[in-house]
Design a protein around this ligand. Structure first.
Ligand SMILES: NC(=O)c1ccc[n+]([C@@H]2O[C@H](COP(=O)([O-])OP(=O)(O)OC[C@H]3O[C@@H](n4cnc5c(N)ncnc54)[C@H](O)[C@@H]3O)[C@@H](O)[C@H]2O)c1
Length: 320
């Protein structure tokens, strides 16, 4: 599969590093605008173009991978669909439901697939949780608690990440990871409430605590923060069930059953790739991109990132 990589910042670099480990994947060209994009393409020995149309006219492209800033996802995905190529697009799909719907409609009209790269779905941690929920190993879920906390990010090219119109800020940029998992496990919540806080003079909320309520009685809370404190990146969750609890933290994924049985789940990654940015080494993106390319090869949607859930999640976030 020949890939056209669009956007060569943090995620473009991460995807490039991972494609190198996928046997039948080859990044054949890039689209970028900045001096640093041109420097990255040159260091990878790849041609770089100013637009998708120009690149597709000159290169043999099967899949277009959009790793540009969030506010450019819609125009770039529409441009990619017009080229009749399958599309991988980084999260969040868009900041408005209508835009996301237009993107899927353009893909459908052109007979191609649109895949949104919700990477947590491909982690061993979430795979384990999905299996525990599905098989009811510990019974029905009663309560969930998710956390995704980091020091305020400063790495986006041109500062787009801290501009609400361009990134959607914390809910769309960071919390979306957990929300996508929550909706995939428990369905679309019946009620959503939240609290937020921000330091004096801050133009955006630095921390949110969301509460998702379900008619079944299940409650799931999720905290997301870009703290004004140099804390290490922290992502963890726990789900409490009728007959036990599953916890994901720095110790891995551990199940505690009501009869005293403790299970340390195997979440080891056989192949770990250096992502080239602050994400370190992981197998997450390799599993994600391998899966999405395999779906593209078959011309089928991904069961792990279905359109309906992507749209449900945008709709929830747009109303926050
Ligand atoms: N899955 C994850 O864990 C994860 C992590 C970080 C970011 N992301 C997502 O990835 C996307 C990119 O984020 P990033 O951190 O890599 O941003 P970044 O600022 O590091 O890089 C953006 C890149 O896009 C390029 N670009 C800008 N305008 C362009 C255009 N018109 N055409 C082509 N390229 C253009 C920039 O020059 C730059 O190379 C965002 O949507 C973000 O939400 C996902």
């Amino acid at each position: 599969m020949n890939i056209l990589l669009v956007g060569l910042g943090g995620m473009g670099t991460c995807h490039y590093m991972n494609y190198k480990h996928i046997a039948d994947a080859s990044v054949v060209a890039c689209v970028g605008r900045s001096e640093s994009d041109r420097a990255s393409a040159a260091s990878w020995g790849l041609p770089i173009y100013a637009s998708i149309a120009e690149a597709c006219a000159k290169e043999p492209v099967d899949v277009i991978d959009v790793c540009a800033p969030t506010y450019l996802h819609k125009p770039l995905v529409l441009e990619a669909a017009a080229q009749r190529k399958h599309i991988i697009c980084e999260k969040p799909v868009a900041l408005h439901l209508a835009d996301a719907e237009a993107m899927y409609a353009a893909a459908e009209e052109n007979g191609v697939q649109l895949y949104i790269a919700q990477v947590l779905q491909f982690t061993r941690e979430v795979e384990t949780l999905r299996e525990v929920v599905k098989t009811k190993r510990y019974g029905e879920p009663l309560d969930g608690c998710f956390e995704r906390l980091t020091a305020c990010p400063k790495w986006s090219q041109g500062g787009w990440l801290l501009d609400k119109e361009k990134s959607g800020l914390l809910p769309f940029d960071l919390h979306i990871h957990d929300l996508d998992v929550i909706v995939s496990l428990f369905g679309k919540p019946d009620g959503v409430t939240f609290t937020e806080c921000a330091g004096r003079g801050k133009a955006y909320a630095e921390q949110y605590r969301f509460l998702y309520a379900y008619k079944s009685g299940l409650n799931v809370c999720a905290e997301a923060a870009w703290f004004n404190a140099a804390i290490p990146f922290t992502a963890r969750w726990r789900v409490y069930f009728e007959r036990g609890m599953l916890i994901c933290d720095a110790n891995g994924v551990t199940g505690y059953a009501d009869d005293g049985e403790v299970t340390r789940f195997d979440i080891s990654e056989p192949v770990q790739v250096d992502c080239g940015i602050n994400l370190g080494r992981s197998g997450w993106f390799l599993r994600e991109l391998s899966h999405l390319l395999a779906c593209a090869k078959r011309g089928e949607p991904s069961t792990l990132v279905p359109k309906k859930r992507v749209l449900d999640v945008v709709e929830i976030l747009e109303n926050i």
